[in-house]
Design a protein around this ligand. Structure first.
Ligand code: ATP
Ligand code: SF4
Ligand code: MG
Length: 383
């Protein structure tokens, strides 16, 4: 349960999390029709997410392209309206706020985007981009006060004052992302949702931007939701990591626990794809190659949504029952996994036997063996 994340290491309760999400759903209607649009189905981009983000901490969200990460981030800020469930921000259920109150609240919840160039208006100089938000939220009594605040924000993100009169295209990618961060920061937010904040940047620049985000968090006690497909980025920056698959969380743990002991088969597959710098470890470790693409969120598999690709899927529970995110016996009480068989998979009682996914295990001489098809008669993925 989310409450476990609001206990400290001694089990003592801590202050309420800044963000609490309960059973959040975002279903986009699929319409068809020549004159009148008829709803013929729904894309279930987010379909029952529970999470909480403690104040001053970073929640990292990872998962395959199309699994619903951006939609979840936008729904937490209510930039995309939710279909069901609640988002509570600093004690206020924002999912039931009217547009006026929500707008007021939004000053405290800002977003940083993947592509800084397309998210910055090319016709506005940096000063105008930064002042625009202040004016919209009525921050600063006069022009001088706003200019002072803008100048301080530029300093905080490491941009020179001359940047104020320049336009976005005059900057490098890393500098543009600093402008994007400044635009969020100038409003004095408590929460920043950063959607793939460094994916569009050169590797050499990524570390600078990540370090800047960490420094700003320390100075300003910011709370982050960082969305990334790069597991290394998330490991570096996040206190808690949530792994998303087809609109729902399948695993959530502290960053250290998750990377040392991934328990959900999907997380294990994701982790096994990340190269390890030590060649001996790299040669010896298990690889799980997932077969097939992410199923359509318009028609998700029933039961466990991962069962069509899971090398450990068991008849018939995996197809019949959707597993809930739960604390697994013998692990930390902040490590939650949505898998019926997590204990048996972890202990080795259950062995992988999927005919559709390939399991590559190191051979005894350290060579990677040819993927074996594990007794195709033992398991019918279409049971
Ligand atoms: N406005 C929309 N209308 C209809 N479907 C949408 C809309 N926005 C997103 N989707 C669908 O919702 C699903 C989740 O999309 P989303 O962009 O949240 O995924 P993502 O995990 O952020 O992917 P990526 O890693 O590629 O950014 C996708 O199937 C996408 O096509
Ligand atoms: S519930 Fe079944 S299909 Fe889902 S991850 Fe666990 S073993 Fe695999
Ligand atoms: Mg996205």
């Amino acid at each position: 349960m989310t409450a476990s994340l609001s206990k400290d290491s001694t089990g003592e309760p801590t202050e309420a999390p800044l963000v609490e999400v309960k059973d959040l759903k975002v279903h986009f209607p699929i319409t068809r029709g020549v004159i009148f649009d008829k709803v013929i189905g729904f894309v279930k981009a987010v379909d029952g997410v529970d999470l909480s983000i403690p104040r001053g901490k970073t929640y990292g969200l990872v998962g395959e392209s199309g699994c619903g990460k951006s939609t979840l981030g936008r729904a937490i800020l209510q930039l995309t309206p939710s279909t069901g469930g609640t988002v509570t921000f600093d004690g206020t259920p924002i999912t039931s706020l009217g547009p006026g109150k929500l707008r007021e609240m939004r000053r405290r919840m800002q977003m940083i985007f993947q592509d800084p160039l397309s998210s910055l208006d090319p016709r506005q100089n940096v000063e105008s981009i930064l002042v625009e938000g202040l004016a919209a939220h009525g921050i600063g009594a006069n022009r001088d006060e706003r200019r002072k605040r803008v100048a301080e924000t530029l300093d905080a993100v490491g941009l020179p004052r001359w940047a104020l009169s320049r336009y976005p295209h005059e900057f490098s990618g890393g500098q543009r992302q600093r402008i994007g961060i400044a635009r969020a920061l100038v409003l004095g937010p408590d929460l920043i949702v950063a959607d793939e904040p460094v994916s569009a940047l050169d590797v050499s620049i990524q570390a600078q931007v990540i370090n800047l985000l960490e420094d700003l968090q320390d100075q300003l006690n910011l709370t982050y939701l960082v969305i990334a497909h790069d597991l290394a980025v998330v490991r570096h920056i996040a206190d808690v990591v949530g792994v998303m698959y087809l609109g729902a969380l399948v695993e959530e743990a502290s960053s250290d626990d998750l990377y040392v002991q991934p328990l959900h088969p999907y997380t294990r597959a994701l982790m096994s794809a990340v190269p390890v710098p030590d060649p001996d470890v790299e040669d010896q470790r298990e690889r799980i190659l997932l077969a097939g693409d992410l199923p359509s969120p318009a028609n998700p598999p029933r039961g466990c949504r991962f069962h069509t690709r899971c090398p450990w899927a068991q008849p018939t529970k995996c197809v019949d029952e959707r597993p809930v995110l739960r604390v697994i016996t013998g692990t930390s009480d902040t490590h939650r996994v949505a898998c019926h068989w997590a204990e048996d998979i972890q202990s080795g009682v259950l062995q992988p036997h999927d005919v559709r996914a390939e399991l590559v295990k190191p051979a005894s001489d350290g060579e990677i063996s040819i993927p074996e098809v594990l007794d195709p008669t033992a398991f019918d993925p279409h049971f």
